[in-house]
Design a binder for this molecule. Structure first.
Ligand code: 4AD
Ligand code: MG
Length: 464
């Protein structure tokens, strides 16, 4: 029988020196002399390797030669205190089993210090680097912390559909889902494509947001959240945009906008605190390698009260700044990342929550303010990122909502079910969406969103 494997994360905590242990993993480095070989093994459970010491007398030349960077092995041996510098323990190998070799000439992760751009081209192997191991463990921790936060508050996790017949954000940035033969499309008499022949009998797309269905859940279970992939066919080749990204969307009955701002601030601080408490190795590595201010920045964000002000006040500040922005500043224009970052990084020097945006630049579902011009929108703006959260109080009045969708020429027939919730037991409610990868960019200190998701989808790129 094969000996029980210990993951390196557990092993490194142990002090049962003298006992027999088995580790399995991938070889990071192998250096040897005539008498003795040193093999650093990593199994991805933790950033650190374990050092294996193999006596040349015990192992045949052939086996040792195949233990190269990238190969995979099982090692069984005795855990001993290490005499060498840099590690507390090592394994004195008694058996080494080679699972798979990795050719020295062609294995791409031979030397250290590859560029992030190069690693994107080998996204199938980059999880084996220290950088992506750290990011993927951090990503897991953030997802776990997110579920913990909501579970402890009594929110229920609602699974919303990926394929939809409606456009939540109304920005027309959807990916079509169809089984129609694109070379032979069924046509109606007037020449239009006949979607009644399509799989679902209607036009369908990948969702841009789980919010509309999330609202249905909140209007029954009180407080829910969704967490899933969302898709946007916006042709933005920026370090902050993905075509496929994950969004966390809480939706709360009986919350007004200020309750929602409080929740958003508490939520983000909880996640960052969790990272600082549980992902120390990862953050220290990323701080050292990529962003010397990372940990200090994370600490400063949890210590700060987020600044709260209206869109209109923000426009005044931007105008008075005397800055030459690339995009024009003016009431009614949407804010660009440069404006958001000016407010956060230079003016207030802390995260900012902007509310009450002009209704023209926001989606149909936001609650109208009495001024007739603005809506109860809320964007949370972060250093390095700009917008990290977008949300709002929702329009709960059937009349106001139907007026708005008529004015925006949104087909009511696609969202009749959404409108019915305003007819039957409507209540004030609110919610927001946190871009999970934007959060990851902030927490990891990476500067490109392509480097915080295992397999990024961006314009022109769907490999892996
Ligand atoms: O502001 P957005 O478009 O809001 C919504 O979708 C609402 N339905 C959310 C809600 O109220 N339930 O998107 C929410 C967040 C943004 O603040 C941003 O963090 C992220 O999603 N996001 C993106 N992240 C990566 N790539 C993209 N292309 C993104 N677009 C939005
Ligand atoms: Mg937004």
């Amino acid at each position: 029988m094969e000996p029980q494997r210990t993951k390196i994360k557990e092993l490194l905590k142990s002090d049962s020196f003298g006992s027999k242990v088995t580790v399995k993993g991938w070889v990071r480095t192998h250096r040897g002399s005539k008498q003795v070989h040193f093999i650093a093994v990593n199994d991805g459970s933790i950033i650190h390797n374990v050092q294996v010491v193999a006596d040349s007398d015990l192992f045949d030349e052939e086996t040792l030669q195949h233990i190269t960077t990238g190969s995979s092995i099982r090692v069984t041996g005795t855990l001993v205190e290490s005499m060498g510098k840099g590690q507390r323990m090592e394994i004195q190998a008694q058996e080494i089993e080679l699972y798979g070799t990795a050719d020295t000439e062609t294995y791409p992760l031979q030397k250290k210090g590859h560029s992030l751009e190069f690693l994107r081209e080998i996204a199938h192997l980059r999880p084996r680097t220290n950088t992506f191991g750290a990011i993927l463990r951090l990503r897991h921790a953030m997802a776990y912390a997110m579920h913990t936060f909501f579970n402890e508050k009594g929110f229920y996790y609602l699974h919303t559909p990926i394929i939809t017949g409606s456009d939540c954000e109304g920005a027309g940035q959807m990916f079509r889902v169809t089984t129609l033969d694109l070379n032979n499309l069924p046509r109606k008499d007037n020449g239009a494509i006949d979607y009644t022949e399509d799989f679902f009998g209607t036009e369908t797309n990948l969702t841009v947001s789980g919010q509309l269905e999330g609202e249905l859940g909140a209007l029954a279970l009180s407080e829910i959240y969704t967490f899933g992939p969302t898709f946007r066919a916006e042709n933005s080749n920026t370090p902050r945009h993905l075509a496929e990204f994950w969004m966390v969307e809480p939706e709360m009955a009986f919350y007004d906008l200020s309750d929602t701002m409080n929740l958003a601030e508490e939520f983000i601080k909880f996640l960052i605190t969790y990272a600082l408490e549980h992902c120390r190795d990862e953050l220290e590595f990323l701080n050292k390698m990529y962003d010397k201010e990372l940990i200090v920045r994370l600490q400063s964000v949890i210590a700060a009260d987020f600044e709260r002000l209206s869109y209109t006040q923000a426009i005044d500040i931007l105008k008075e700044s005397g800055r030459a922005f690339e995009f024009p500043v003016g009431w009614g224009h949407d804010l660009q990342a440069e404006h958001e970052r000016f407010l956060v990084e230079e003016h207030f020097k802390r995260p900012v929550i902007l509310i009450d945006y002009p209704q023209e630049i926001k989606p149909f579902y936001m609650k109208r303010n009495d001024d007739g011009k603005t809506v109860r929108a809320m964007d949370v703006l972060f250093p390095k990122i700009g917008e990290i959260i977008g949300g709002s109080q929702r329009e709960e009045s059937y009349e106001k909502l139907t007026d708005r969708i008529a004015a925006m020429e949104i087909p009511a027939k696609d969202i009749w079910w959404y409108l019915e919730t305003r007819k039957f037991g409507t209540v004030p409610h609110s919610g927001f969406g946190l871009g999970f990868e934007r959060l990851m960019v902030f927490v990891s200190g990476m500067s490109n969103i392509r480097d915080v998701i295992p397999f990024p989808r961006t314009p022109g790129n769907a490999s892996f």
